[in-house]
Design a protein around this ligand. Structure first.
Ligand SMILES: [Zn+2]
Length: 429
C-alpha cells in the first residue's frame, strides 16, 4: 500500500516545531519521503504507483500524540465518582468497583477509550491497569500501540504474573510492549518493591510508577521509610534500566538528581492533578534540569477526558501560573513532550518524528476551522487554541483509522457506547 499526502504543511518535530510546505509518502507501515512538492514532480519517473493520494489543502501533518500515562479501561467510571480527593476517591469508589470488573468489561471499556484516542490523534498509550491483555487486545483491534506498565501492589496480582505478562505482552509486531512497574509506594510493601527491582534488573526492563502525586503521599512515605518515594526507589536500585514516574508533582531537589542520574522520564498529568486538587508540577524546574518530560491524561475517571489538547494547554497554563511567568513552558516544548518525549519513554523511537524510515504514525490538523485562523504561528495555534475537533485524520502504522469524524475499518462506535452503558448499569448503585 502506497499513500501520498500532498499539499501539506509539515511539522515533522525533527526540528522543533518548524513547519515546511511539502508532502509525505508512505510505503506500507513506514514513511518513505518527507520533502517539498518540487521533488515529487517526477513520481512517474520513479515508477511509484500510489494507492491513495490525498490533497491536504494546506492542513498540518504532524506526528501523532503519545499518551504517556493512562488507565484506559477506566472509561467505564467516567463521571461515576467526582469531586473527591485522591485517596477517598480510590478507596471508597474506585477500588471496590474495580474488584468486580471482569476481563471482558476491561476489554469493552478499553475499546471506548480507543475511540477517544483515535478521534484525538493519539496512536500509542502507556497504560497501567488490571487485565492488561484485554487492553492490549482492544488496542490491536483498533490499531493503537499498547505499552503496558505493571500495576502490581500488595493486593495483587500474584508476583509471578509480572514476568509472565512481560514475556507475553512484549511482541515483535510493534503493537504491544510491557514494562515492569507497580501502582505506587503507598500500595506496596518494601519487600515487594525489592523483588520488583531485582526482577526489572533480570529482565532488563525500565520501571515506572505513580510517584509523588500528592503531598500526603510524600509525607507518609517519609514517615514510613525516612525517605521520599524517589529516594526509597533509588535505595532499592529500582532504576538500573531507567524508567520514570507518573505525576511527579512534589519532587525534591534530591529526587530531581535521581531522575537526572538515571535519565528518567517525568510523565506529567495536569488534568488529573487539577481535578483531584493534587497540586501543580514545577515544569519549568524540570525543563531547566534537562529531564525528559512526557504528557499523559491519566485515567478517564480522574480527568475525565483522554484529550491531549486539553493536557497540552494545562501543561503550559499551569506552568505559567506556578511561575507567575507568561513565558513558561512554550508551545514548541509542549508539543515535544506530547510527541517525541512520549515516544522516548515508551520505547517507541521508531514513531517519534516524521522522517523517512520512521513508522507512519501521523495526524492531520485541520487549519480550515475558525479557531486555527489566521496562521500566524502554527505551534501556538495548536497548543493555545487547538482542540481535538481539529484532528481530521489519524494514521497508525500506515493505516488511516479515523478520518473526518468517522472511524474506519470494522468499528461500530454506537455498539461500543451501548455495551459500556450496559456494563455500568450492572454495577452502578
Ligand atoms: Zn494514574
Amino acid at each position: 500500500m502506497n499513500t501520498r499526502l500532498y499539499n501539506a504543511r509539515i511539522m515533522s518535530m525533527a526540528d522543533g516545531s518548524k513547519v515546511t510546505d511539502g508532502e509525505i509518502w508512505i510505503e506500507n507501515d513506514r514513511i518513505s519521503y518527507v520533502g517539498n512538492a518540487a521533488a515529487a514532480d517526477d513520481i512517474s519517473k520513479k515508477g511509484i504507483k500510489f494507492d491513495i493520494q490525498k490533497d491536504c489543502r494546506g492542513n498540518v501533518l504532524m506526528p501523532s500524540f503519545k499518551n504517556a500515562h493512562t488507565h484506559s479501561a477506566m472509561t467505564g467510571m467516567r463521571s461515576y465518582a467526582d469531586d473527591m480527593p485522591l485517596w477517598d476517591w480510590l478507596s471508597t469508589k474506585i477500588f471496590p468497583l474495580e474488584a468486580k470488573l471482569t476481563n471482558e468489561d476491561v476489554y469493552e471499556f478499553s475499546k471506548l477509550a480507543m475511540l477517544e484516542y483515535l478521534a484525538g490523534g493519539v496512536t500509542a498509550v502507556f497504560d497501567m491497569y488490571q487485565a492488561p491483555d484485554e487492553t492490549a487486545r482492544a488496542c490491536r483491534e483498533m490499531g493503537i500501540r499498547f505499552v503496558g506498565c505493571c500495576d502490581i501492589n500488595k493486593f495483587g496480582p500474584d508476583f509471578s504474573e509480572v514476568e509472565k505478562r512481560y514475556k507475553r505482552l512484549n511482541t515483535d509486531d510493534g503493537f504491544s510492549k510491557y514494562f515492569v512497574g507497580f501502582h505506587a509506594e503507598y500500595t506496596c510493601t518494601k519487600e515487594l518493591l525489592k523483588d520488583l527491582s531485582d526482577l526489572a534488573a533480570q529482565l532488563g526492563s525500565p520501571v515506572f510508577t505513580h510517584n509523588s502525586e500528592t503531598r500526603k503521599e510524600v509525607d507518609e512515605c517519609i514517615e514510613r521509610h525516612g525517605m521520599t518515594p524517589t529516594q526509597l526507589f533509588e535505595s532499592l536500585d529500582m532504576f538500573r534500566n531507567g524508567g520514570g514516574g507518573y505525576h511527579c508533582v512534589y519532587l525534591t531537589d534530591e529526587d530531581i538528581e535521581v531522575f537526572k542520574k538515571h535519565d528518567l522520564t517525568i510523565v506529567t498529568n495536569p488534568g488529573s492533578n487539577t481535578k483531584l486538587a493534587s497540586g501543580i508540577a514545577p515544569i519549568t524546574k524540570y525543563l531547566d534540569n534537562g529531564i525528559n518530560i512526557a504528557i499523559g491524561t491519566d485515567g478517564p475517571s480522574s480527568n475525565n477526558s483522554l484529550d491531549m489538547f486539553r493536557e497540552m494547554f494545562l501543561v503550559t497554563g499551569l506552568a505559567k501560573l506556578h511561575d507567575m511567568d507568561a513565558a513558561a513552558a512554550v508551545p514548541s516544548k509542549v508539543l515535544e513532550m506530547a510527541t517525541v518525549n512520549g515516544s522516548r519513554c515508551m520505547g517507541l523511537q521508531d514513531s517519534d518524528v516524521l522522517a523517512p524510515g520512521k513508522k507512519a504514525d501521523i495526524i492531520m490538523i485541520d487549519m480550515h476551522q475558525p479557531n486555527m485562523q489566521p496562521i500566524n504561528n502554527i505551534a501556538d495555534n495548536i497548543v493555545y487554541s487547538g482542540s481535538r475537533a481539529n484532528v481530521i485524520m489519524t494514521m497508525c502504522d500506515g493505516v488511516i483509522r479515523y478520518e473526518n469524524g468517522e472511524f474506519l475499518g470494522d468499528v461500530d462506535a454506537e455498539k461500543i457506547y451501548d455495551t459500556a452503558n450496559r456494563i455500568m448499569n450492572k454495577y452502578r448503585e
